[in-house]
Design a protein. Structure first.
Length: 274
């Protein structure tokens, strides 16, 4: 058992001990830790592997480092670390968009996701405590007429969102006059902005800044539309102890590893109070 496994399970064991009383012998306690790890891993994946659902193009999920060609991303690394704790083989499964990840989670064909813990997704997924909060906003052309959020909600203005994203539902309620246009990928959204088919595109700023890097005439507006609380999610069909998952998150924050993961991913737009 690695150090992170021990720390996470010791914290879980304290909670169990407080429920059962503190008269457990040390040997019994250690047996509980090891048996608990085995039981949790077995309940998590009977295949001896952890299938992590990810989508390309977002530093909160997975991107490719252009300098090294290596995969990085907060979700990608969290899944890898969680697999180490459970002593399972790590199997990242990468989809074109987040909606595909959510569909796979509904079918229980993946074991773990890292996504916005929205009320709609919480009907299908059981979420950990928030791992990180990301600002939401808009990407526009720096050469276009839209240079502030106040100019957006007008007749004839076209605002793009990813199909199946949390932004899709939110913007259809928020925008009363502008037209919401659904896109299949961030790559297609950039092209639509470039060719004038879109006036703006909305999602979390972690993705928006990545998109902006790909087109010199784009700009992320300063205004904050809201926040996404990104968390680890497991299909509700999995019977697991969420205290264990939350202890895993707490330990990564406490030991500074989460900050290192965020830095390696190049994640921008993190809420100022994080």
């Amino acid at each position: 058992m690695n150090n992170l496994s021990l720390i996470v399970f010791r914290r879980s064991l304290v909670k169990v001990g407080l429920r059962l009383g503190l008269g457990l012998a040390l040997g019994c306690a250690l047996s509980t830790v090891y048996a608990g790890l085995s039981d949790f891993a077995d309940s998590f994946s009977v295949r001896g592997e952890l299938r992590m659902g990810l989508y390309s193009g977002s530093p909160t999920s997975v991107i490719t480092n252009p300098a090294t060609s290596e995969k990085v991303g907060v979700g990608y690394e969290l899944g890898r670390e969680f697999a180490k704790v459970l002593q399972l083989k790590y199997v990242p499964i990468i989809y074109p968009k987040n909606a595909d990840v959510f569909y796979a989670a509904k079918q229980a064909s993946i074991d773990l996701v890292f996504t916005n813990a929205s009320p709609e997704r919480a009907q299908v997924l059981q979420f950990s405590k928030p791992v990180v909060r990301i600002e939401r906003g808009y990407l526009v052309s720096s050469l276009g007429p839209i240079q502030s959020v106040s100019q957006l909600d007008q007749p004839g203005i076209r605002v793009g969102v990813s199909v199946g994203s949390s932004s899709e539902l939110e913007l259809t309620h928020l925008l009363k006059n502008a037209v919401v246009v659904r896109t299949n990928s961030t790559a297609s959204a950039i092209e639509m902005l470039r060719t004038g088919q879109l006036d703006a595109f909305s999602t979390n700023k972690g993705i928006l800044f990545e998109m902006s890097d790909q087109w010199e005439h784009s700009k992320v507006l300063d205004e904050v539309l809201g926040y996404e609380s990104i968390a680890l999610g497991l299909p509700k069909s999995r019977v697991v102890d969420m205290d264990f998952v939350n202890n895993f998150v707490d330990e990564l924050k406490r030991n500074g590893e989460l900050s290192k993961i965020i830095k390696r991913a190049g994640l921008r737009g993190v809420a100022k109070d994080e």
